[in-house]
Design a protein around this ligand. Structure first.
Ligand code: DGT
Ligand code: CA
Ligand code: CA
Ligand code: ZN
Length: 593
């Protein structure tokens, strides 16, 4: 844990204490500690791990103990308790300009306002009047801030940003006269990050046509306003709230600029410092080399990014891999894998139907998969504990199994339907049905859907226990995160992957753009442990099946090849794998008893 992270926890504690209206001296103590810690030169973690004496001037004994607890366990019981004592939505309220902890508390205590949505409703119904601290003027301001807050969220889900970028690109490309030579989206969007801060675009236009280009751009109906406009860089804000940086570059510099603005920053920095030693200078304008005994630098001409990396004796690095996680080394040594592509997928698991919370019938889902050219579909509705989703009792599950068997006859020459379930992992790690019921299925996805507030070690134990169940085929949406909405529960992912490897259990890559879970940052390590992944749409309607392509993007970011993904196998191969997996696990559990 870094000093900055510790400082942030303390700052957050102060914020919560203030929301709760606690003793101002206590609040000051945390704020002060936070400031002191963020200025410290030495790493607190190092001091504690090396068992050196911890003595920070101006920080009391109690806070020293809390720092120790944070560093040693990665969490702080006091902080966890505090977090639970205030509704999550209040933290969201604090992000609204002009709303500090004090006002947030007033809103909460007087109007039970617990989120930005609550505030919006209260403002609409004029409920906030006549309360001390909320005069007419300040209510007007609050309305404005809330509007901004709703528009200017700080990050966007990948598909939302992608749609905005595609629309803008389409608009610009369709300029009446041909003035644009080339236009490409760069930045985190091109790298297929799960969330995107802003859109970056690189363009080159025909010589002398710049005025026509800007004319066209500023007429784009989706522009809310222009933040800045210069010869090379123009920043706009779209009505959807997302910002876009457009870089206008000469045609001959397009590749260098595209590479530079694709990033990541880390990738660029690593490349620059690595190749500096070899005499190269790299920036958005070009690759430059000064030969020995020459004063002049030469610009090295490249036609595309393949040639760009070729200059340094590297393989082409796909944008998804440019995150500074060892891609340069790999590219120098022939180690860039052939990444998985959407067309490699031959079937899909994790399909819900109207048996539980799906919106379309099983037949509709099956027909859609046939239309999409899949060889198999794995049905997995919710289990009995998932009341909110109308989970299936054991009897209901059995009647679904019979129905699938009938459908399998009907569709015999078109598609194979695998019988499965998405079983809740109960708090003690057991599954939701007995072995007799589970043994009638082809596969089981085990997922956590409740009791998120466990400690890291208990949550890890819970999931490890589910992995050890011989009937568990795969673990669904590993960390339970909902991007931009709900944080992942604390989990020792390393340990989970170790046991998934030991017990030959598949880890789902949930392709829903709100989840994209397992996180790509863990995929490389999963693969190095020989853990197989399955790219699952978690579809609740026919449209949802197509979401697998977002999962493919994340699998690529995790360096996954076709062979790393379960559902690139043929239906009969998958059938064999599911069988032998269960036999292997049963045998292993028997032996370990
Ligand atoms: P985002 O927008 O937060 O999702 O992430 P990016 O990666 O799109 O970041 P952004 O929009 O700030 O910049 C796009 C790329 O441009 C970035 O990945 C690398 C390059 N870049 C921008 N500013 C700098 C900089 O100051 N230094 C370096 N080395 N590269 C930069
Ligand atoms: Ca960006
Ligand atoms: Ca940007
Ligand atoms: Zn689920």
């Amino acid at each position: 844990m870094t000093n900055a992270e510790i400082a942030e926890v303390f700052e957050h504690i102060a914020e919560i204490l203030e929301i709760k209206g606690e003793n101002p001296f206590k609040i000051r103590a945390y704020l002060n500690a936070s400031a002191v810690i963020s200025r410290l030169g030495e790493s607190l973690s190092d001091i504690i791990i090396e068992r050196k004496n911890l003595n920070i001037p101006g920080i009391g004994k109690d806070l020293h103990l809390k720092i120790k607890e944070l560093v040693e366990t990665g969490s702080l019981a006091y902080y966890d308790e505090l977090l639970k004592s205030v509704p999550d939505g209040l933290f969201e309220l604090l992000k609204i300009r002009g709303l500090g902890p004090k006002k947030a508390r007033l809103l909460y205590e007087n109007f039970n306002i617990k989120s930005a949505a609550d505030l919006e409703n209260a403002l609409k119904s004029n409920k906030l009047k006549d309360i001390h601290g909320f005069g007419e003027k300040s209510i007007e301001n609050l309305k404005k801030s809330l509007e901004e807050f709703n528009i200017f969220k700080t990050r966007f889900l990948y598909p939302d940003a992608l749609n905005q970028a595609l629309m803008l690109e389409y608009y610009l490309k369709n300029t009446p006269q041909k003035i644009i030579y080339d236009i490409q989206t760069a930045g985190s969007l091109r790298r297929k990050m799960e969330t995107v801060g802003d859109i970056d675009m690189v363009l080159s236009v025909a010589a002398g046509k710049e005025p026509q280009f800007f004319d066209r751009l500023f007429k784009y109906p989706e522009i809310l306003r222009t933040e800045s406009s210069g010869e090379t860089k123009t920043s706009i804000i779209l009505k959807s709230g997302i910002h876009a940086d457009l870089r206008l570059v000469p045609y001959e510099d397009f590749v260098y600029a595209l590479h530079h603005f694709t990033g990541s920053k880390m990738h660029n920095e690593e490349l620059r410092s690595l190749e500096k030693a070899n005499g190269y200078k790299i920036n958005e304008y070009g690759i430059f080399k000064r030969n020995k005994n020459e004063i002049k630098t030469n610009k090295i001409k490249v036609n595309d990014e393949k040639e760009f990396y070729g200059v340094f004796g590297m393989q082409y690095i796909p944008p998804e891999l440019r995150e500074g996680t060892g891609e340069l080394d790999a590219a120098l040594n022939g180690g860039i894998p052939v990444l998985i592509e959407e067309r490699d997928l031959r079937g899909v698991f994790h399909i819900h139907t109207t048996y539980t919370d799906g919106k379309e019938s099983m037949e509709a889902m099956v027909e859609e998969c046939i239309k999409l050219g899949y060889e198999y579909i794995g049905i997995s509705d919710h289990s009995v504990s998932a009341h909110y989703a109308n989970g299936l009792s054991a009897d209901e599950l059995e009647s679904q199994i019979e129905y699938i068997e009938r459908l399998n006859k009907k569709y015999a020459d078109k598609i194979k339907i695998f019988k499965g379930v998405e079983s809740d992992i109960l708090p003690d790690g057991s599954l939701d049905y007995d072995d007799k019921t589970l043994s009638k299925l082809d596969f089981v996805i085990a997922s956590v859907h409740s009791n998120f507030n466990m400690t890291e070690s208990l949550m890890t134990e819970r999931i490890v226990k589910a992995i050890k169940n011989p009937y568990t085929t795969m673990i669904g949406h590993l960390t339970g995160r909902l991007l931009l909405e709900r944080k992942e529960y604390p989990l020792n992912v390393g340990r989970i992957l170790d046991s998934a490897s030991e017990y030959k259990t598949v880890i789902e890559l949930n392709a829903n753009p709100k989840r994209l879970d397992i996180d790509w940052r863990h995929i490389k390590s999963a693969l190095s442990k020989n853990v197989m992944l399955s790219i699952n749409p978690d579809a609740h309607k026919t449209e949802g099946i197509r979401l697998v392509n977002y999962g493919v993007g994340i699998a690529r970011k995790g360096w996954a090849k076709k062979s790393d993904i379960l559902n690139t196998r043929s239906a009969s191969k998958v059938y064999d794998i599911l069988r032998s997996m269960r036999d292997f696990k049963k045998e292993k559990v028997k032996r370990s008893k």
